[in-house]
Write a protein that binds this ligand. Sequence first.
Ligand code: SF4
Length: 314
Amino acid sequence: MTDTLTAQELTTYLLCPRKYEFEHIAGLTGDSQRNQDLFRQLLRKAICTGYSESRSNGTDLHDAALETLDTAWDLYADAADHHSSEQESTEKTRAEAGIDAYFDAVGTTHLDRIDQAATICGSPVVGPDITLIAEIQGQQVGVDVDYIMADDTQIVGVRLTDQMWGDQVPYESQDDIVEVHLDQGGYKPEKVGTVIGARIAEEALSQYGNPDTGTELTYLSVMETTFETDGECQAEIEQRPMGQFLADARQTVDDAIAWMAGNITEEVYSPEQVFDEQDHWSGDFEQVVENSCRYCSHAAGCQEAIRREVMFNV
Ligand code: SF4
């Protein structure tokens, strides 16, 4: 058995096993989304600080979040690659609008539920980046959430983001996304990865509460839409509970986790071997080539990519 595998690592394996080897075994840096990652970290930190300060010393949670954003902004802006001061200023205005929209929509409701979760879970319930750990088919797996909230019927892990990632969190109409990828060879690794994360959160949170308590992961996009009204920037949030994506797919997801963990333990990283010769995905390696190789930062040092390029040049 390997150490804890995270939902992010499993998603990378699902995308391409060789990419997993490059990034999680050889320790090479992955495809750069650096600015976006830094921006999400900043939003998470601001909102979680709002909750933490409000719970510990009664500070207004909305004010504390905006103050954290403001205090941390210069450090973030120095690390990020803005191409102009206008771009940086617009981004900050949008972030403030997102935080306003978030607290207007759910701030105090979620604060009450966070308090309930603290009573039920008895461990830190406000992050950012609380790692929930579960065991699925003998494999220890983990997923990061930003806070945990609860009411009388449900315990929910919340993962905050700036936008719902068109390519990553499945749309509500795609409740068969796991079947589409794993049984029909549809190649939607990132979307299936978010469902894997949801399954891990569901299992990890089930240790709390009683057997009748539901558990779930929700993705919450703080600034899904931003727009101008009367010369001011406004934002709207979006929440996507992930339970519906697991309704008919729990066993399939568990089997996929076990399949990938087994391959990783056996050091099976050849994408052709994994996708053309193993039967946990009905697609083939050509879909990896068509969808992922062209955007992959490892292509210059990847034996599969080089071999294919040589073949195309013959
Ligand atoms: S270039 Fe293609 S085969 Fe190689 S690691 Fe990247 S996605 Fe995988």
